[in-house]
Structures are given as C-alpha cells and as structure tokens.
Design a protein around this ligand. Structure first.
Ligand code: GDP
Ligand code: MG
Length: 330
C-alpha cells in the first residue's frame, strides 16, 4: 500500500492504517543510522515518513483538531489507571479517543507504561479507541520530534481526545506541558509527593492537579498542601485540585468537569492557539535539530577528525575549527 492510500485509510479511522503510520514514526526513531536522526535519513522508511507527514499536514482534507491531554506524575501514582478511567469517561460521551504512552527511558516499547489492564480489558475491541506506546530507545531527541508526529496521525484518524501518559515532571525528554493543551499532574497521598511536587515546580506545568488514591490515608493533608500552593498562583488560571480513586472510577466526573473548564478557558483566552503555535515551533525545531545532528555526525568522520589533528598540531585554534565545521555543514 502506498503512503497516500495509507493516509486515506487512517483518515477513515481504519485501525490498521493508523497503527502502520505510527509504526512508520517509531521505526524512524528506531533507525540507528545517522545517530537516530529519523526524519533526516535518506532511507526508504524516512522518505515514507516524510511523505506521510506532508500528506497529513497539508493534504486536501481539513485537519481535524483533537484535544491533547497530558497525564504526568511519579511512577505508581495511577497514571495508567486514570488514563483508563478517562478513556471510559470520554467514550461515554461518544468521543473517539487516542492514547499515547510515551516512555523516555525504556529501551523497549510494548506498553511499559500502560498497564495491561488498560490495553486489554475494556478497549481492545473498541474501534473508537487507539492505543499506542512509544519509547525513545535511547535516541537523543527522538521523542521530541516523533511524539508530535504520532499525535498528528491520531488526530487525522479523527480522535477527538488524545491522552498522553508520561512519567515524571522535568525528567521526561518530552516536555508534556509543551505538547498538551491541558496537563494533568497526578499525585498520591503519603508518597512525600507534596514536598517533591513543590521542588519539581509542578505548578508551572499543572493545569489540573489530581490527588489519586483518595481511598488512602493522608489524602486531605495532600490536598491542603496543594491548596496552599495554588492559592499563591496569580496567573489567570489557577489549577483546580480534584481527588479520585481511579481504580474504582471515582471522581471521573469531577476530573472531566475540570478538564472541560480548562478547555473553555484555553479557547476564551486565546491560550489554545498560543499553545498550538508553541507545539508547532517545537516540532519544526526538533526536526531541524535532528537533521543538523545527522549532517554533523556525517561530517564527524572526516572534517572533525582533520580539525582535531590540526588543533593538536597547533595549526588552528578551537574557535576557528568550530567555524570551519559549521561552514562545512553548508
Ligand atoms: N488504592 C488505590 N490504588 C490505585 C488507585 N489507582 C491506581 N491504583 C493502583 O496503583 C498501582 C499503580 O497504578 P498505575 O496506574 O499503573 O500507575 P502509573 O505508574 O502512574 O501508571 C496499581 O496497582 C493500581 O491498581 C486508587 O485510586 N487507589
Ligand atoms: Mg503507567
């Protein structure tokens, strides 16, 4: 099947075409040639990816816009369980849902972040739910350009909502707050999260704060701590605090209401467009950097070696050598 046909099928929401297009993105990350600079490669897979993105980004069909909701937090707080809860909540509304589990650390993909619970049980046979996981497999910068492209595929497939699960705040290669329209930071009571949260500056990224595992002790203390923090926020949007028991589906309606309220704020304030523009800038920059890195590593073999010899031989100073190297990039 050629790329155009594949994109056409994905636009019709055909799961297999969606899966194949996301695989195209993933395989480019996986491609170790040229330092993992997927979109820069001249190989067949890279060309196919480029063609697919051109068709998706500028093709005849008007791009469908999805709400991108990021879920982040420390391991074990209940991100995957909450993702499952939100899939169900959005499906009840009749929304088509995409899920991307982004794992910056795992050397293997295959749903390390997304529990089997979510993958298998409820949604495996639901044609309106697309679930994929992606890992960087150690390639620097790989997820920075691959994730927006995977989002574009899911968006083209008509997803109304895309949930992106990723670990940690400030530890992820993909800065979820720059990727999502709404970022949900999930905490759990009694994990020392309050203190950690303050340190990691979650208030800078959180649009909605969730204290999950509200069936455990200490939930009120965590909520109080967060409330004290958010009361100091002077920005036009003060992140609401929602308590949930994701494993029992409790609090789903409150969370949904908080998400909707934030979405309305984004639209009214013009922040929605600002965030999308920032996302577009990041994507272009990530691809450009990948291409530069690729060309740079190609130069490495000859120019850089020669320049290093000359520097050691006191024939050239390091600044002039760097200028020469950049000039050689063309
Ligand atoms: N008691 C309790 N356990 C929960 C709740 N939500 C999730 N869990 C459990 O916490 C563990 C980690 O959940 P998971 O969603 O995989 O966390 P993640 O690492 O953040 O994705 C699992 O055993 C869940 O069943 C909750 O609200 N209450
Ligand atoms: Mg998880």
């Amino acid at each position: 099947m050629d790329v155009r046909e594949l994109v056409g099928q994905a636009r019709l929401g055909k799961p297999r075409a969606v899966a194949r297009l996301i695989s195209l993105v993933e395989n480019a990350v996986d491609n170790p040639a040229e330092g993992g600079a997927g979109p820069a490669g001249g190989d067949r897979a890279s060309r196919a990816l480029r063609e697919a993105m051109a068709e998706l980004a500028t093709g005849a069909a008007r791009p469908h816009t999805a709400r991108v909701i990021g879920l982040t937090g420390s391991p074990g707080v209940g991100k995957s369980t909450s993702t499952g809860m939100l899939i169900r909540a959005f499906r009840r509304r009749g929304s088509r849902v995409g899920v991307l589990a982004v794992d910056p650390s795992s050397p293997f993909t295959g749903g390390a972040l997304l529990g089997d619970r979510v993958r298998m049980q409820d949604h495996a046979t639901d044609p309106e739910v697309f679930i994929r996981s992606m890992s960087s497999r150690g390639h620097l910068g790989g997820l920075a350009w691959a994730t927006p492209q995977a989002l574009r595929v899911l968006e083209a497939a008509g997803c109304d909502v895309i949930l992106v699960e990723t670990v940690g705040v400030g530890q992820a290669e993909v800065d979820i707050a720059r990727l999502a329209d709404t970022t949900v930071v999930i905490l759990a009571p009694g994990m020392g999260d309050g203190v950690q949260a303050a340190k990691a500056g979650i208030l800078e990224v959180a649009d909605v704060l969730v204290v999950n595992k509200a069936d455990r002790d200490g939930v009120q203390a965590t909520v109080r701590e967060l409330r004290t923090m958010t009361s100091l926020v002077e920005a036009p949007w003060r992140p609401p605090i929602v308590t949930t028991v994701a494993s029992k589906g409790e609090g789903a309606d409150d969370l949904l209401a908080a998400l909707d309220k934030h979405q309305a704020y984004l639209e009214e304030s013009g922040e929605a467009r600002r965030r999308r523009l920032a996302r577009a800038r990041d994507e272009i920059e990530a691809i450009a950097l990948a291409q530069l890195r690729s060309r740079f590593s190609a130069l490495h073999r000859d120019s850089l070696d020669t320049l290093a010899e000359r520097l050691l031989g006191a024939e050239i100073d390091p600044y002039t050598a760097a200028d020469d190297l950049i000039a050689a990039l063309g």
